[in-house]
Design a protein around this ligand. Structure first.
Ligand code: IFM
Length: 456
């Protein structure tokens, strides 16, 4: 049988490799107050003057909440094995505690059942940043009580959906919540205190481990894990100062998360560096954090380059940049995955997000609307090949997911940055599959045909 796209050797993957596409609740759902949904910290943060580059918010976003069936058809049209989505905690528990808001949960039941009916595996994330504001008012992730609130939320979601979803991720990118949310203040809840950020990171990891233990005790059949945003971090020059700065940044952004999860200990160099900003850790916390996982998800977009003076800029590297100003470095993904496999004993790895923002133009042609986003196709194809390169070096990779299904609310950047493989016209909510959607669809068709040949 002919494939529509010749499969390059670096694009040959095992038959059980999981191909997917990803989104998150706050970025696409809109319906900010519908059906009893509570306020989240991102609803509140968007109201702060200057917090969001274009002054926008998530009130309507892609209106996915009201366009579920059509969006499910778009996902199905790709031929993916899996769809990764997150649940809005305040939609399910408006104040982050107490009884389920049945109308909110019903939306996710329709989503999950709609995926299953289309033969797509649901990959559920419990926390993609939109903490209920009521919990923030009680101290947020800096408060130890939020750990137990999260475990309760995880249990009630798993009791209702755990047997229908393939996978449950506790948290997406704890570094972002901790550091961007509580140290630099660029993201919700907009706090600026390093010690708070480190306590938040600890509580996120602890709530992850305790939630895993609780879900397993409850008999949840879904595969359980966490998703980290990771980059290889290197020095801007060979100077000892830059090398030391890069080592510390690797400690703060990579080892601070991976070491406790897989070695049951925080990295000593970072702990010493933090001094009084190190988190309060209670006996048993690290054992809980190191609860074995069924998978580790990694989100990769670019590498990190660090100098002691902080003066290094991606603009001067000579490498092409995305519209976020991030360098395009597919070989950095191979380097990262190989290093992960070398330095830790890990469960199967997934790339749970990978993609790029570019300045897309919607063109109206006689044949219909088109978006010729060749740069995004190159980005995705080269990063998939980088995953193949890591596998050729022995890294056990289980799947890859494109970020994102459609253009959406890109946090502090608002709607100006477009990561989607489907274009969204925010004035009309018309969706237009970009060339990258068509490319990924054809690529997945070729994968499916290769699988069929293996099975024959
Ligand atoms: O849009 C985000 C996503 O929510 C988390 N990972 C990075 C993406 C691009 O910035």
């Amino acid at each position: 049988m002919n494939s529509p796209l010749p499969l390059h050797p670096r694009h040959r993957f095992p038959p059980d490799f999981v191909w997917g596409v990803a989104t998150s609740a706050f970025q696409i759902e809109g319906a900010a107050t519908a059906d009893g949904k509570g306020e989240s910290i991102w609803d509140r943060f968007c109201r702060q003057p200057g917090a969001i580059a274009d002054g926008s918010n998530g009130d309507i976003a892609c209106d996915h909440y009201h366009r579920l069936e059509a969006d499910l058809d778009l996902i199905a049209g790709l031929g993916v094995d899996a769809y990764r989505f997150s649940m809005s905690w305040p939609r399910v528990q408006p104040d982050g505690r107490g009884a389920v808001n049945e109308a909110g949960l019903a939306f996710y039941e329709r989503l999950v059942d709609g995926l299953l009916a289309r033969g797509i595996k649901p990959y559920l994330t419990l926390n993609h940043w939109d903490l209920p504001q009521a919990l923030q008012d009680a101290g947020g992730w800096a408060a130890r009580d939020t750990v137990q609130r999260f475990v309760d939320y995880a249990r009630l979601v798993a009791a209702r959906l755990g047997s229908r979803v393939a996978s449950i991720t506790t948290h997406n990118e704890p570094w972002v919540i901790a550091v961007l949310g509580h140290e630099t203040g660029l993201f919700a809840p907009g706090q600026r205190h390093r010690g708070t950020a480190m306590q938040v990171a600890h509580h996120l990891l602890l709530s992850h481990g305790l939630a895993l233990q609780a879900l397993r005790a409850d008999g949840c059949p879904a595969r359980l894990g966490i998703v980290l945003n990771l980059s290889p971090i290197g020095p801007a020059t060979d100077s000892p100062e830059d090398v030391a700065a890069a080592r510390l940044e690797d400690g703060r952004s990579v080892r601070w998360y991976v070491d406790p999860l897989f070695k049951g200990a925080y990295p000593d160099d970072v702990w010493q560096h933090l001094g009084g900003d190190a988190p309060h850790v209670e006996p048993g916390d690290l054992d809980a954090i190191a609860t074995p996982m069924d998978f580790l998800g990694i989100n990769y977009y670019t590498r990190g380059v660090v100098s002691a003076s902080g003066a290094w800029s991606a603009q001067t590297s000579g490498k092409p940049l995305t519209d976020m100003g991030w360098e395009i470095v597919p070989e950095g993904l191979t380097e990262l995955l190989v290093r992960m496999h070398r330095d830790w004993t890990l469960p199967p790895l997934y790339v749970k997000e990978n993609g790029a923002a570019f300045r897309d133009t919607l063109e109206h042609t006689p044949g219909g609307a088109r978006v010729h986003d060749g740069e995004r196709i190159d980005y995705i194809a080269s990063h998939i090949a980088a995953v193949g390169d890591a596998m050729a070096q022995g890294v056990p990779m289980a799947g890859y997911m494109v970020w994102s299904l459609m253009d959406n609310f890109e946090w502090a950047s608002g709607y100006a940055k477009r990561f989607g493989i489907v274009h969204v016209d925010y004035a009309t909510q018309v969706r237009t599959p970009k060339d990258s959607y068509l490319w990924y669809r054809d690529f997945l068709l070729a994968q499916a045909r290769a699988r069929a040949l293996v099975a024959a």
